[in-house]
Design a protein. Sequence first.
Length: 199
Amino acid sequence: MSFPYRSLCVFCGSADGLDRIYYDAAFLMGQLLAEKEVTLVYGAGRTGLMGSVAEGALQKGGEVIGVVPVGLESPQLIYTTGLSRLEIVEDIQQRKARMNELSDGFIALPGGFGTMDETFEALTWSQIGLHCKPTAFLNVDGYFDHLLEWFDRAYADRFIYEEHKDLYVTDPTPAGLLNKLASFIFPDNIGRWLIREEH
């Protein structure tokens, strides 16, 4: 079976000085996307995991599209050359909307506030029916363990419905995560909470 996605957006950290395990996982993710002929859409960064995932894809001959807002487009932060395409947009909100538009799904690698902001917007848009695209968490070295526990708590305390936990997949390895994405099926009852059916 061929891989069902033509493009995937990767959200991840741009911080430097990280543990090697994070860089290696990001680089491998980029390589695997290129091998599957999947276009990598990401925030155009050249530092941290952003730089690693892009390098992994580019070294394998993959297509890489960077999207960056005005104010963050300095050569210290982003690849001003070398990407397949660089798009500069007006602000962070337009960046997220454009990455969503370009992508068939979303992968969150370890990161900080920006990574979580982007990832949760993608999840929220699927929750309210704006798209039917999957979100995936690459849980390197248990990085997202506490977040996934919080998802369970949110469900247990009835803040989210059972089908909302089916909006995402998670795996500790790039290959395993892409395999889960390949078999992802969007929940067909996602609108149940909008009409206030019982949990």
